[in-house]
Design a protein around this ligand. Structure first.
Ligand code: KIV
Ligand code: ZN
Length: 519
């Protein structure tokens, strides 16, 4: 069977989702999981765009040895120089350069002509080939371009040394039928196309990114560009887990394979969601909370008689853990460690002790702790990749329909000193946030707040995800960052909200400190 290459751009196009920015350590954590999962190419960033992107590409190039590492550039020597420098340590570096090909882009964005744009693209490929052997060329907005011009560009850049040609539906405009025909047209009309791999890069503005990518594969594309959970600009990119599982489940139809270990799809989805603060919709294919839930009586009856009556994928195949295995305080340290290992978490002793303490607290309140509770605990206690400045030690609220919501907080500061303060607000969460503000004094606006029950039941752990916008942005080399996400989980949703706010504030303060240290 032919192999389709999986090109993951979670750390580049995915990170362009509003408010999703990740710090370098968070990117490294994701990159390790992508490598373990068998992703062929990791697009690690756009090195010239910010010092953070540069550092991420540099570190990922050094640490990830089993994937091609790719850096994005525009079609100019300066961008390419910087990308080449960031990629220097990579075992298999790839420069991804390119330019718009639609008349809309050529006229209004590039303000040039078709001929000049073609020449610039060819020059960029030649220049990039001075540094690396593997050069991928993107033809931005190919979905709205004149195919005849696109064919000419592709022929010219392959002639100049491009090894992969990326065909993006940048605006998510096309339909599967059209997209498939375009890819077929490329295979039939670009004379030297056999010297390069065709890649498809689809956006989801009309909800067709996965379908378009699959139509591309059916018509000759052998690389698909995608992101975990489909995150990305606007409505996002093609979702990696959907493409991989469609190709796998319907291999009878597509006749191709990928190198992906599908059992890591769910853990990757959770990790990316935790670190970006982008919540996965419950009905999301493959990794949503309801993707394998059967609620109607008829369906439940069918599945109990024979799973395949209503299930085309075994949840275990994509790494969804068995939620029926539950632990209690009596499971002890050994039982907890064993279950964490089964779930793929390798924790050092210090991390384990933190998780165990939290586990005991949750077990005390809920009596039983299932896999989803454990995930929330590990996310809170271990998957934190910045240094905490302020630590919330205690939060207490008083509220009700005839009282003024009032909160008291106790917070340990960076100097080890303990601060206590109180405030009132329009509701308990508002009161807590105002009380925290009195201690930390970092002016910001809460721009997003969401709460989800991690498990079923009245005693469920609640997971709060928030985004705050700092009044005073964090800037490094002229690049500004204002939005920071935070998360927190607890059986008490006011406590979970307080933790989420502390998380976002600590993340903001850590970014500010790092930027100041570099200046
Ligand atoms: O959507 C797009 O066209 C892109 C390119 C930069 C590859 O992301
Ligand atoms: Zn894109």
């Amino acid at each position: 069977m032919d192999r389709v290459m999986i090109f993951d751009t979670t750390l580049r196009d995915g990170e362009q989702s509003p408010g999703a920015s990740l710090n370098v350590d968070e990117k490294i954590e994701i990159a390790h999981l992508l490598e373990q999962m068998g992703v062929d190419i990791i697009e690690a960033g756009f090195p010239i765009s910010s010092p953070g992107d540069f550092r991420a590409v540099q570190r990922i190039s050094k640490e990830i040895r089993n994937c091609v590492i790719c850096g994005l550039t525009r079609a100019n020597p300066k961008d390419i120089d910087v990308a080449a420098e960031a990629l220097q340590g990579a075992a298999r570096p790839r420069i991804h350069t390119g330019l718009g090909v639609s008349d809309i882009h050529i006229q209004y964005k590039l303000r040039t002509t078709r001929e000049k744009a073609l020449e610039q693209g060819v020059e960029a490929v030649r220049y990039a080939r001075r540094f690396v052997e593997d050069v991928q060329y993107y033809t931005e907005d190919a979905g709205r371009a004149d195919p005849e011009y696109l064919y000419r560009v592709l022929e010219a850049v392959i002639e100049a040394g491009a090894t992969v040609v990326n065909i993006p539906d940048t605006t998510g405009y096309t339909t599967p039928h059209e997209w498939g025909a375009l890819i077929r047209g490329i295979t039939e009309n670009v004379p030297n196309i056999h010297q390069a791999t065709i890649s498809v890069h689809c956006h989801n503005d009309l909800g067709m990114a996965t379908a378009n990518s699959l139509a591309g594969v059916a018509n000759g594309a052998r690389q698909v560009e995608c992101t975990i959970n489909g995150i990305g600009e606007r409505a996002g990119n093609t979702s990696l887990e959907e493409v991989v599982m469609a190709l796998h489940t319907r291999r009878d139809l597509f006749g191709v394979t990928t190198g992906i270990n599908t059992r890591l799809l769910y853990p990757a989805s959770r990790l990316v969601s935790h670190l970006t603060g982008i919540v996965v919709q419950p009905n999301k294919a493959i990794v949503g909370a309801n993707a394998f839930a059967h609620s109607s009586g008829i369906h439940q009856d069918g599945v109990l008689k024979e799973r395949t009556t209503y299930e085309i994928i075994n949840p275990r195949e994509v790494g969804v853990p068995d939620s029926e295995i539950i632990l209690s305080a009596r499971s002890g340290r050994h039982g907890l460690r064993h279950r964490l290992e089964e779930l793929g978490y390798t924790l050092d002793e210090e991390e384990f002790v933190k998780v165990y303490q939290r586990f005991l607290g949750v077990a005390d309140k809920k009596k039983t702790v299932d896999t989803r509770d454990l995930e929330a605990i590990v996310a809170d206690e271990v998957q934190v990749f910045f240094e905490e400045t302020y630590h919330l030690e205690h939060v207490q609220v008083s509220c009700g329909d005839h009282s003024i919501p009032t909160a008291t907080v106790r917070i340990r500061g960076p100097d080890g000193q303990v601060y206590c303060d109180a405030n009132h607000g329009s509701g308990p969460v508002d009161a807590v946030y105002r009380a925290i503000n009195r201690v930390i004094g970092e002016p910001n606006e809460l721009i997003e707040f969401s709460i989800q029950a991690v498990t079923e039941g009245i005693d469920a752990v609640g997971r709060v995800t928030i985004r705050i916008e700092a009044d005073d942005p964090v800037s490094e080399n002229g690049v500004e960052r204002r939005v920071f996400s935070g998360r927190g989980a607890d059986t008490d949703i006011v406590v979970a909200s307080a933790k989420a706010y502390m998380f976002a504030l600590n993340r903001l303060l850590a970014a500010r400190r790092e930027a100041a240290n570099r200046d």
